[in-house]
Design a protein around this ligand. Structure first.
Ligand code: HEM
Length: 398
């Protein structure tokens, strides 16, 4: 852990900070809902405030007067961004969200597990053993998104392309929405090209019959009365967009916990079933989705503060998870914590539909990496965090 490093200067600097947890804990306890006058945004930090924002009908995922950022509007990134249920609050999203949830929940997890283990073994060959720090990072990103791609019916030969298109889309949209990474015409051009390529690939898949997850989603959406097939197909791509960095982060942060706690590591090496509880505690204690954002649809009182129409609220999920009102002794890592509570998978209308799926894939990934001799002892010295205003993603690179 970092020593004598100054606290993050603001909420968006925290996810890439070496250790933002003293800062998060302090905000949760002392500034449950406060305005950051320097940056002009609100910060919700206590569990009660985060919960209130995420369940409030007047806190929207995008500003009412411009749901799609200007920089994205004239191209394929804008089309995807504007149609994802994650970034919409209109009525049509409700049946679509229901279909997304039902299709994921309907998956046979035992079958998903077999598929994920088989793909992990193929990655051994593709990346080459022994694992080093960089290959570990590549694996963290590749396995979850490739399993989702396979379930959607993407041919294996396109996995590399899909990952690079998703990366370009992610960088372009993050830049437009948060300013990180810095905007440039090339970044947006690449993002639009990636988004266009994803749209074309998925238009073909939905016509020719996709994989079990895409077919289930199309069926569930039809049953729920979603008449707009383009909406449905774009939200199938959305599974990969949503699951990409967050699941990689969970895998990486779990590896770090095992690297930092030798006795925990020994216990897990003797009994891999403990990984399930370790991952649940990592979701609470060192979560990937550090924060999300909301915009006020109208003036209103949120967590006791008057917030004006159009103002932005940074919702500090990672701080809420460290609120002693949510979990006693919140800074202690305890995989056996009874009645653990966290907001890492969201709550309210936008709660994550992959609450079972994502931790399950992360467990398979970490289990596989341990079996292949992941260099736990070298991870700390190779660690940096990806530049992001909201997601905390450990990267290991020498
Ligand atoms: C550990 C990994 C993951 C974490 C921590 C995570 C976390 C979250 C959070 C916090 C939200 C709500 C965001 C908000 O309210 O602003 C969310 C939404 C969502 N997540 Fe996840 N997620 C993960 C993995 C996945 C995966 C693997 C998928 C797809 C297979 C997925 C699909 C979605 C979708 C579709 C939404 C939007 C739901 C809606 O707006 O109705 N997530 N996720």
């Amino acid at each position: 852990m970092a020593i004598n490093i100054p606290e993050p200067t603001h909420a968006r600097a925290a996810p890439s900070h070496p250790d933002p947890y003293a800062y998060y804990g302090r905000l949760a306890r002392e500034q449950p809902m406060a305005r950051d006058a320097v940056n002009g945004w609100w910060v919700a930090a206590s569990a009660a405030a985060v919960n209130e924002v995420l369940t409030s009908e007047i806190c929207l995922t995008r500003p009412a007067d411009g749901p799609v950022p200007v920089a994205l509007r004239d191209g394929a990134m804008g089309e995807i961004f504007g149609r994802l249920v994650r970034l919409r609050d209109d009525e049509a999203r409700k049946p679509l969200k229901h279909a997304l949830l039902a299709a994921l929940r309907g998956l046979d997890l035992a079958e998903v597990g077999r598929l994920a283990r088989a793909r992990a073994a193929e990655l051994d060959d593709e990346l080459g053993l022994p694992l080093d720090e960089s290959k570990t990072t590549q694996f963290m990103f590749a396995l979850p998104v490739q399993v989702i791609a396979q379930l959607l019916g993407v041919p294996a030969a396109r996995y590399g392309d899909v990952m690079s298109w998703l990366g370009d889309y992610g960088a372009g949209t993050a830049s437009a929405a948060t300013g990180v990474p810095a905007a440039s015409p090339e970044l947006f051009a690449r993002g639009h090209r990636g988004a266009q390529a994803l749209l074309e690939l998925f238009a073909g898949l939905s016509k020719d019959g996709g994989g079990p997850l895409l077919n289930a989603l199309l069926r569930e959406a039809r049953d729920a009365g979603c008449g707009d097939e383009r909406d449905v197909v774009i939200n199938a791509i959305g599974y990969m967009i949503q699951g990409y960095a967050a699941t990689a982060s969970l895998i990486g942060s779990t590896l770090l916990v095992l690297a930092r706690q030798p006795s925990l590591r020994r216990q897990v090496e003797e009994n891999r079933a403990l990984l399930r509880d370790v991952i649940q505690e990592v979701l609470r204690c060192d979560p990937g989705t550090n924060s999300t954002i909301r915009f006020m649809a109208q003036d209103g009182v949120i967590a006791g503060q008057t917030v004006r129409q159009g103002e932005m609220i940074i919702v500090l999920i990672a701080a809420a998870n460290r609120d002693p009102a949510l979990n006693p002794d919140p800074d202690r890592f305890d995989m056996a914590r009874p009645d653990r509570k966290y907001l890492e998978l969201g709550t309210g209308p936008h709660a994550c539909p992959a609450d079972k799926f994502a931790p399950f894939i992360a467990m398979i990934a970490v289990d596989h990496l341990l079996s292949r001799g992941v260099p736990l002892d070298r991870l700390e010295s190779a660690l940096s965090y990806a530049a992001s205003g909201h997601i905390r993603t450990p990267l290991f690179k020498r």
